[in-house]
Design a protein around this ligand. Sequence first.
Ligand SMILES: Cc1cc2nc3c(=O)[nH]c(=O)nc-3n(C[C@H](O)[C@H](O)[C@H](O)COP(=O)(O)O)c2cc1C
Length: 178
Amino acid sequence: MDEKLKNFYDLFERRKSVREFQDRPIGTDVLGRLLETLRRSQSAANRQPWRFIVIEKKDRAELNDALTKDGFRGAPIIIAACAEPKEAWIRKTDKVNYAWVDVSIAVTEMICAATAEGLGTCWIASLEPARVKKILGIPEDMDIVALIALGWPNEELKREEKARKPLEEIIRYGKWQG
Ligand SMILES: Cc1cc2nc3c(=O)[nH]c(=O)nc-3n(C[C@H](O)[C@H](O)[C@H](O)COP(=O)(O)O)c2cc1C
């Protein structure tokens, strides 16, 4: 692991969405560390309402057909992140189910770890849930939240200065109408 990336802000400057990958496998040691971050992630009331499917390129003929971008097909690993709403914490006051929040946090933590390993990642939400669930044999009562493409990037890992809303627009102090 790159010593410099132990600093979170250095890591933050590296993370970007990567859509082209080298034709080079991810070692089982690296993958093992990433899967541990999923397992140990935080979740509301520690309910861990998630399941993850690790799909290697050799097993992806059908799934690759369902992907929207060619570059994703070259990723050595795609992880399907699934939420299990019936296992999740539900806020009593308004019945909000936290399954998707919990899965998204676990995935984000794994994406940070992958960046620290020097891997490129891309969150893929643009998919046909029914089709992907069928291909992967995901049960009816589970939701597919995302596919995460993982692989050694074809480009330098350096955050891109993409347009972001200014702080003044997105942060309020004290109350909504500051
Ligand atoms: C929830 C979510 C869904 C996304 N879905 C897709 C997707 O389907 N296809 C894609 O190419 N990128 C997808 N992205 C990547 C975003 O386009 C990207 O994060 C955004 O443009 C900012 O760029 P950056 O990640 O390089 O900072 C997604 C990102 C998030 C967080």
